[in-house]
Design a protein around this ligand. Sequence first.
Ligand code: 4NP
Length: 182
Amino acid sequence: MATQPETDQDFPIRVNFVCLGNICRSPLAESVFRALVEQAGVAAYFEINSSGTGQWHVGEQADARMRQTAQAHDLSLEDHRAQQFQADDLAAHDHIFTMDKANLKDVLALDGDDAYGHKVRLFREFDPEPESYQVPDPYYGGTDGFENVYAIVERTARMLLHRLVEEHDLEDEVTALPAADA
Ligand code: 4NP
């Protein structure tokens, strides 16, 4: 696959959320963050994506339990198809937010020249209540785990949007910034 060149343009801000399978946590983070960006009126400034470090579920829909949880919160994951994070994605994105520390390690392992570490962060660094700094993997658990993931992702994505608006000087472009702690 051809390496995508890094652009020196500021926009769009290219964001990739990363988990293991790209069927539970990161598709939800992508969807929640996209909805917040739309609410804030700055969708044109962002390109939002998600991926998994593993290849097992490539091409599949999001997990049915995650789709159901998303739907209960008026979000749709129906169009999502899982994709695997590739080394080229390091150059192709401005921000890479991983759901847990294993994902962080696996993404950084693809950074052979140690050139992109500054782009890669744990998503829950932005969580006002970060606990372990990891979004727990709900895959092998019960329904409660999915609702818990939603709560974590929602409050973290709100804070993340505030931080990225600040970081990219978008304050004047925002029409209605969703509350950081709603
Ligand atoms: P995700 O959840 O990383 O949040 O998409 C998982 C999905 C699949 C598996 C593990 C976690 N799996 O082992 O197949």
